[in-house]
Design a protein around this ligand. Structure first.
Ligand SMILES: Nc1ncnc2c1ncn2[C@@H]1O[C@H](COP(=O)(O)OP(=O)(O)O)[C@@H](O)[C@H]1O
Ligand SMILES: [Mg+2]
Length: 113
C-alpha cells in the first residue's frame, strides 16, 4: 500500500522532501516510490505505514513497555539522521509512524536540512 502527499497550495517544502527521500533511503524512512507533478501540483508517493504512535499504543497490552520501545526507536531515527549530517526540524509525535511489527518510521521531511 502507498500514500500520496500532495503539494498544498501556496508555500510548500514538498520539493525539498521529494529530493531528500529519493536521495537518502534510510531504513527508518518509508520507502520512496516516486514524485511527479500533475495539474501543476507536485506529489510524493511513499509506502503507507499503518499506525500513528497513538493508535499503535492503544493496541498494546503493556502500554509502558510499548512506549519505551517506541521512544528508543524514535531517538535512534534522530541519531541516524544526524549521523548523515541532516536535521529534521519538525520532530513531534505526529511525524512518526509505526508498522505492524512495531517498527518506527520518521516521516515529513519538508523542513529537513
Ligand atoms: N508514509 C505514510 N504512511 C501513513 N501515513 C502517512 C504517511 N506519510 C504521511 N502520513 C499521514 O499524513 C499526515 C501528514 O503527513 P506529513 O508528511 O506529516 O505532512 P504535513 O507536512 O502536512 O505534516 C501524517 O501525520 C500522517 O498521518
Ligand atoms: Mg507532519
Amino acid at each position: 500500500m502507498v500514500v500520496a502527499k500532495l503539494d498544498p497550495k501556496g508555500k510548500s517544502n514538498i520539493l525539498n522532501e521529494c529530493l531528500f527521500m529519493r536521495n537518502n533511503r534510510l531504513k527508518f524512512m518509508p520507502a520512496y516510490i516516486m514524485h511527479d507533478t500533475a495539474d501543476g501540483r507536485r506529489y510524493l508517493v511513499t509506502r503507507y505505514i499503518p499506525y500513528s504512535v497513538e493508535d499503535w499504543l492503544k493496541r498494546q497490552d503493556n502500554w509502558l513497555q510499548a512506549l519505551s520501545a517506541l521512544a528508543r526507536q524514535m531517538l535512534e531515527c534522530i541519531r541516524q539522521l544526524h549521523g548523515i549530517d541532516h536535521i529534521h526540524r519538525d520532530v513531534k509525535p505526529d511525524n512518526f509512524r509505526v508498522d505492524d511489527q512495531g517498527k518506527v518510521f520518521l516521516i515529513d521531511y519538508g523542513l529537513v536540512k
